[in-house]
Ligand binder design. Sequence first.
Ligand SMILES: Nc1ncnc2c1ncn2[C@@H]1O[C@H](COP(=O)(O)OP(=O)(O)OP(=O)(O)O)[C@@H](O)[C@H]1O
Ligand SMILES: [Mg+2]
Length: 214
Amino acid sequence: MRKIMVLNAKGGAGKSTVATNLAAYYASQGKKVAIADFDPQESSLEWVLERNKNEELQPIHGVASHDQTFRVPRSTEYLIVDVPAAMHGDDLKKLVKRAETIIVPVMPSPIDIRACKHFIEELRSTPTITGKKAKIGVVANRCNGNSNIFLELDEYLEKIKGTKYVTALRDSNNYIRAVAQGMGVHELPGTSNRIDIAEWEPLIEWLDSKRSTP
Ligand SMILES: Nc1ncnc2c1ncn2[C@@H]1O[C@H](COP(=O)(O)OP(=O)(O)OP(=O)(O)O)[C@@H](O)[C@H]1O
Ligand SMILES: [Mg+2]
C-alpha cells in the first residue's frame, strides 16, 4: 500500500484540496483508495461521504480523525492522509512515521514560503524522515501566474536531498465545483478542467516514479 501524507503547518494552504483531488484521481483510475482525515474539521471525510452517495463515482474508503485504530481495507492500494495545520513536535513525529511520501502545499506569499522552509527544516530533522528518507514534494497552490515567486524556494529545495518543488496549481473555481460534489478536478465533466489536469501531471508523474519513495 502506497502511503501519501499531505501536510503543512499553515492553515488553508490547500491540504484537503490536494488530498481529496489526489484520492479522486487514483480512484478514477480504478485504484482502491482510502483517505484518512486527521483533522478534527473533517473536511476530507465530509467530502468522501458526499462522494460515496454518487454511484457513478468510484468509492473511496474514509477514516475519521478520532478513529484511533486507523484501519483501512486490506485491498487498499493508495492511502492518502490529510493532516491538520499547526502540527509540530512529538505529534508531527508520531504521524510522519507512517509516511513514505509527503506533499506540502504552499501558497504564493513570501510569508507562507518562509514558513514552508521552516516547516521543511523541521520535517527533515525528524529522525523517522531522515532515517527512512521519506521524500517531500512541494506543491505551489493558488498560483495564477505568480509562480515565479517560488524560484527562490525551488533553489533552496534543490539543495535538500529528497525534496522537490513538483508543480504549481492555479486558483480555479473547478476545485470549488469539484469538492461540492465529492469529486476531484479530473472527474469534472466538460473541458474547463484541461489546464488543471495538465498542472496535476507533474505531481502524478513524480508520485508514480521511484523518486518519490524511500
Ligand atoms: N487551487 C485552488 N483554487 C481555488 N480554491 C482553492 C484552491 N485550493 C484551495 N482552495 C480553497 O481554499 C480553501 C482552503 O483550502 P483547503 O481546505 O484545501 O486548505 P487546508 O490546508 O486543508 O485548510 P485547513 O488548514 O483549514 O485544513 C477551501 O475553500 C478550498 O476549496
Ligand atoms: Mg484541511
